[in-house]
Design a protein around this ligand. Structure first.
Ligand code: MRU
Length: 350
């Protein structure tokens, strides 16, 4: 981000620092995670959120576990057990985004290679891998931006949902990466930001990012999207993803499916921007993606204030599935998959 560059996360002095996104835009405060359990709690409580960002956090969570093992003087078998315990807890922290398990598996592979070395060497190798995962994510987002910007007309009006920006990733963003790249190309675009109930990632985080980057943007409530589309105020929709099945069905923040149906009805292109690490080739279709259900208080309260009668029944799925047939294209770092389907998606991996 330009005016005040705030990293999503960084590792320093044996601690993972996360910009605590629960307090944005009011406070910019970093949460320090010196144990893997701190990383698990930060993911679960959404101090850090967004599929790539929680993957990177999990990778550093494994580094924190190695550091704990050194402090506790664990022997080789104890280190192995402890890291196993850490990887299980990190993977379970949030169930929908596949980046979490993807990052932990990469860290496990490194551990398998170096497990017979001295604890300090294990720690160094894990830290090196976490930093590579972090760096790669930023580079991939820049490529997603380059690939996606080509799809954006010079004066486009773009609707986005939730936050798929620098703060949902290692940096730069996926959906917002496409928007940033288009702006860097000199395009005179305008962004509509859906506020994204119940946790307002759109108004609290995307609006914060775009405002700080001086990118022309207007905040709307989620229920206004159809009206805007019916008035020809939206040229395209660009969103991120938490898990993409092999056939292109996409899990993303609750409300994404509604936007895709609306976009389809109004014949507006609907794009998903995501790195390859968000594609779960093992899962045939969106029917098999686990959707996280979150607590009722996210819906009944805001900032500690009740916005619904006590005792009301609440349903709070954090994500929904947009079927591939409603997606115009998936924008990845390896290219753009138009009219996504299994065969085309598999080619990204060859
Ligand atoms: O519940 P959240 O805030 O973690 O949900 C985030 C999203 O749905 C994002 O759109 C997705 O993770 C992509 S982030 C590049």
């Amino acid at each position: 981000m330009n005016k005040k560059s705030l990293p999503t996360l960084y590792w320093e002095d044996n601690c993972l620092y996360l910009l605590d996104q629960r307090y944005l835009p009011k406070k910019t405060e970093y949460r320090c995670c010196s144990s893997y359990q701190d990383a698990v709690d930060s993911i679960r409580e959404m101090s850090v959120r967004g599929a790539p960002a929680i993957g990177i956090t999990a990778a550093y969570g494994m580094v924190a576990a190695a550091s704990e093992a050194i402090v506790n003087n664990y022997n080789s078998a104890e280190i192995k057990n402890f890291l196993q315990q850490a990887s299980e807890a990190l993977i379970k922290a949030r169930p929908t985004a596949v980046n979490l398990v993807w990052a932990v598996r990469r860290m496990e592979k490194v551990f398998d290679r170096v497990q017979d070395n001295q604890p300090e060497e294990i720690f160094n190798k894990l830290l090196q891998e976490a930093k590579i995962i972090h760096e790669e994510d930023i580079n991939n987002n820049r490529m997603i931006g380059t690939n996606g910007a080509e799809l954006i007309p010079p004066k486009a009006s773009i609707l986005t949902h939730c936050n798929a920006g620098a703060l949902a990733t290692g940096g730069y963003g996926t959906a917002l990466g496409v928007i940033r790249a288009a702006v860097e190309d000199g395009k005179d675009i305008h962004v509509f930001i859906g506020e994204t109930r119940p946790l307002l990632q759109g108004s609290r985080i995307t609006a914060f990012e775009l405002y700080h980057d001086d990118i022309s943007a207007t905040l709307i409530t989620d229920s206004m999207a159809g009206y805007l589309m019916s008035r020809n105020m939206v040229d395209m929709v660009v969103v991120g993803a938490d898990r993409i099945a092999a056939n292109g069905d996409t899990a993303n923040k609750i409300g994404t499916y509604t936007l895709a149906v609306l976009a389809n009805h109004h014949e507006i292109p609907f794009y998903v921007a995501a790195p390859i690490s968000t594609i779960d080739i093992e899962i045939d279709s969106g029917d098999n993606i686990k959707i996280e259900k979150r607590s009722a208080t996210e819906v009944t309260h805001f900032g500690g204030i009740a916005t619904a009668p006590e005792g009301i029944t609440v349903f709070n799925p954090a994500f929904d599935i947009t079927p591939a047939r409603l997606i115009t294209a998936i924008i990845t770092e390896r290219g753009v998959v138009c009219k996504p389907e299994r065969e085309k998606i598999e080619k990204l991996f060859s």
